[in-house]
Design a protein. Structure first.
Length: 139
């Protein structure tokens, strides 16, 4: 299991999650009602992941240290989420672009090689006229 998936695995009950996030369990319930966190449900009981706890810590920092209200926190969290999705999309597009660039470079290389085989040496001074008449020196 990769680190991101492991970080999102719901393992903590509300009392442990509250202790880890250094908040009251009721605070976690309020955050859930406001849509700031969304713990998983296992047998109809809340289970919090490491990611949920980190999110709670960030909410606490924004509200207590920066004076942001919960509505502002919601906006900030939504913007962070959108920015993360956009960052992932940009990375995906950059990978796609790099693949296209490599493909184009390969095609250009193939075209250049094909031109090298088509070059026919012409004796010096011999000119080919548009109508197909050849003229050389002294003609």
């Amino acid at each position: 299991m990769d680190a991101k998936k492991l970080n999102e695995e719901p393992v903590y009950v509300i009392s442990i999650a509250a202790r880890l996030a250094d908040v009251h369990p009721q605070t976690l319930r309020i955050y859930e009602r406001k849509g700031l966190i969304n713990p998983a449900r296992v047998h109809n009981r809340r289970r919090y992941s490491e990611a949920d706890i980190e999110r709670c810590r960030l909410i606490q920092e924004l509200t207590q240290e920066m004076g942001v209200n919960l509505a502002g926190v919601k906006m900030i969290m939504d913007m962070r989420s959108r920015m993360e999705r956009m960052r992932e999309r940009v990375e995906s597009l950059e990978e796609e672009l790099e693949g296209m660039r490599a493909d184009i470079e390969e095609r250009v290389r193939q075209v250049r090689e094909s031109f090298r085989n088509d070059i026919v040496p012409v004796p010096r001074g011999e000119i080919v006229i548009k109508r197909g008449v050849r003229r050389g020196p002294g003609m």
